[in-house]
Design a protein around this ligand. Structure first.
Ligand code: CA
Length: 230
């Protein structure tokens, strides 16, 4: 059963989301604000695959809800809903552990495609493959537990960040095109912009680089993409 929590204060939008997700096989719990979202999450013992999370909410906002949900689960899929273009910049800078974002207004097929993509990643993470460890410089990547350590210390990564690191480490030294990273991590759905790759790389550098502004491990290949250079 695909379980999703929808957090949206505008009733018309919420029912639009609920109806379209239900039509596509999701078991939906919907709430109008952040406090109720956290309560619903705890009441269900965290038994959700994905959370669709509006940013502008009465009471605590979507960013804070995201932070609190991420503290409860590293593997939960979280998708932000943004209303305004100005909000987009903030979202990009403050993804705060969300996996993706969708800009309003969106079509039913766009919504479902984005949710499905995050759902697939969450399930993939749950059904972990056989144990493999990749060592590279100060890093140890464990593809079974989907974790990354640097000098023996664990680094908290979102599923998306983990997948990017795994992809880059598997191909270490090779320049990886942004669009290749995009399709390998997000799938080939047409709605995702390659800029999301840059957003995640920026966040990854903050987490793994000694000097994020002067990255040594994830290097930029100008006009092309990125490469892993331990
Ligand atoms: Ca709202």
């Amino acid at each position: 059963m695909k379980r999703i929590l929808v957090v949206e204060d505008e009733e018309a939008i919420r029912s639009f989301e609920v109806i379209n997700l239900q039509r596509n096989g999701y078991m939906v719990v919907d709430v109008p604000d952040g406090e109720k979202a956290l309560a619903a999450y705890d009441q269900a013992d965290g038994d959700f695959d994905v959370v669709l999370l509006d940013i502008t909410l009465p009471g605590i906002d979507g960013f804070e809800v995201c932070k609190q949900l991420r503290a409860r689960s590293a593997t939960l899929g979280i998708i932000f809903l943004t209303a305004k273009t100005q909000e987009m910049d903030k979202v990009a800078g403050l993804m705060m552990g969300a996996d993706d974002y969708v800009t309003k207004p969106f079509s039913p097929s766009e919504l479902v495609a984005r949710v499905d993509a995050v759902y697939r990643r969450v399930r993939l993470a749950a059904a972990s493959p056989q144990k493999t460890v990749i060592e590279s410089g100060p890093f140890v990547l464990n593809t079974k537990s989907r974790t990354l350590q640097k000098n023996g210390k664990s680094i908290d990564l979102t599923q998306v960040e983990y997948q990017i690191v795994e992809l880059l480490m598997h191909n270490h030294g090779d320049a990886m095109e942004r669009t290749k990273i995009l399709s390998a991590v997000w799938g080939t759905d047409v709605y995702t912009d390659a800029k999301i790759v840059d957003v995640n790389i920026r966040r990854l550098r903050v987490k793994i680089e000694d000097e994020p502004s002067n990255p040594a491990y994830i290097q930029t290949v100008w006009g092309y993409g990125y490469k892993w250079c331990p």
